[in-house]
Design a protein around this ligand. Structure first.
Ligand SMILES: [Zn+2]
Length: 408
């Protein structure tokens, strides 16, 4: 049994790695295709060369990081690294919750330290070379420190609560843990922009003026009660542009990146917001939540059941069932299921994107949305001809060409 689980884990890790490499190779093949007729004029000849260069650089870099982490994880399993750390902690500490927290904490820190050189290279070499990067080394470090602090406080807090529930009532663990995580998720989606975002960015209400008037008159026309329009200083980190919708009920707000306001005209920004309002009108956030609730309930049920298995801990080199080794083994054994769920959720998300675009079309501003999408794509040097298999598996949004085809 132990050996079967061990081999199964190795197979899952390896198949996942090979599968990702195949997808990447397919994408490279299709990236060389000529620009589709509907999208001509997006890139000049020089920009197109730059885009192709950016794409190849990112693909190569992705290949290096994925291979490296694959080898590290493989080595940890083959040489029993997880079991060794577990034994080392058990020899020094008594309390199982403390041991599990230290186990996850050490893995998190080691993993993060290993990935810092890669993140650094991505930010200060690749993004810098192509003119996207605005992050200073100082900002890079303060972002890291704030990230650590949040992980320790929030991640550590939730983890402690879940482990405490497991100790208290292993029988109803799955139900209680699921309820806690759900309530916490709901709380975060309501207060994320007030509690977390200000730690990293400045948000200011959109000042009175032409843009605010245009947005307010559109939302009135669309029957959408919009009071909170904020501008966020995304330009602090990157020149790439974005806009998003956050919060629930009265807390709902639309957030515009300052970079978006520099790049787009008033009509284009209104069209982008119309798309976001479309998501809201179609209740996409609520639908996503309703689908994920039973999903996570099933996940916790299987998780609670697998936490009891000695064989899982032994497959990782431990002696008997414990929270951290079993969670780790569960995470890998469950990953094929979560990959499949992810593919289904991406398909749904792409459907939602088409619905939000159709909403824009009904209000007669699809021309402005097309030109906004084209600008956003070209500014971020995005790949205009992704392979259909990559779109099917990884894309939460339809590729630009398909969106434009549906909008015209
Ligand atoms: Zn959308």
């Amino acid at each position: 049994m132990v050996e079967t689980i061990f081999i199964l884990i190795l197979i899952i890790i390896s198949v996942d790695f090979v599968f990702e490499r195949i997808l990447s190779a397919l994408n490279v093949k299709d990236a060389r295709k000529p620009i589709p007729a509907l999208l001509t004029g997006i890139y000049s000849e020089a920009e197109y060369q730059k885009q192709q260069n950016y794409f190849r650089t990112n693909t190569r870099f992705g290949m290096v990081t994925a291979s490296f982490s694959f080898l590290v994880i493989l080595a940890m399993f083959v040489f029993g690294g997880f079991g060794w750390l577990d034994g080392w902690l058990h020899a020094r500490f008594q309390n199982p919750i403390v041991i599990s927290l230290l186990f996850f904490g050490i893995l998190f820190i080691v993993n993060d330290l290993i990935s810092i050189p890669f993140e650094w290279y991505d930010t200060f070499v690749i993004e810098e070379k192509f003119g996207f990067n605005k992050v200073t080394p100082r900002l890079f470090l303060t972002d890291k420190l704030k990230g650590y602090l949040l992980t320790i406080l929030i991640g550590g807090g939730i983890l402690t609560l879940i482990m405490w529930i497991y100790q208290w009532t292993p029988q109803y663990f799955w139900l209680l843990a699921w309820a806690c995580v759900t309530v916490f998720g709901l709380f975060m989606s309501m207060f994320y922009s007030q509690l977390i975002v200000p730690l990293f960015n400045k948000q200011t209400p959109l000042p009175e003026g032409e843009l605010r008037d245009a947005i307010e008159s559109f939302s009135k026309k669309a029957g959408f009660d919009l009071k909170n329009i904020y501008v966020i200083d995304g330009s602090k980190r990157s020149t790439k542009a974005n806009a998003y919708f956050t919060g629930l009920g009265k807390k709902k707000r639309i957030v515009l990146f300052d970079t978006l306001m520099n790049d787009l005209t008033t009509e284009e920004i209104v069209a982008v917001l119309a798309h976001e309002i479309g998501h809201y009108k179609h209740k996409h956030t609520l639908k996503n939540m309703l689908i994920s609730l039973p999903n996570s309930l099933i996940l916790f049920f299987i998780f609670g059941w697998m936490l009891k298995s000695d064989a899982l801990a032994q497959a990782l080199g431990g002696t008997s069932a414990n929270f951290h080794l079993n969670s780790l083994a569960f995470g890998i054994l469950y990953s094929p299921v979560s990959t499949l769920l992810g593919i289904a959720m991406n398909a749904l998300s792409r459907r939602f994107e088409y619905q939000a675009d159709a909403f824009v079309k009904r209000f007669g501003v699809s021309e402005a949305l097309i030109s906004a999408l084209k600008k956003i794509s070209s500014k971020s040097l995005s790949n205009l001809t992704p392979h259909p298999a990559v779109v099917f598996i990884n894309y939460s949004h339809p590729p630009l060409l398909q969106r434009v085809e549906a909008l015209v």
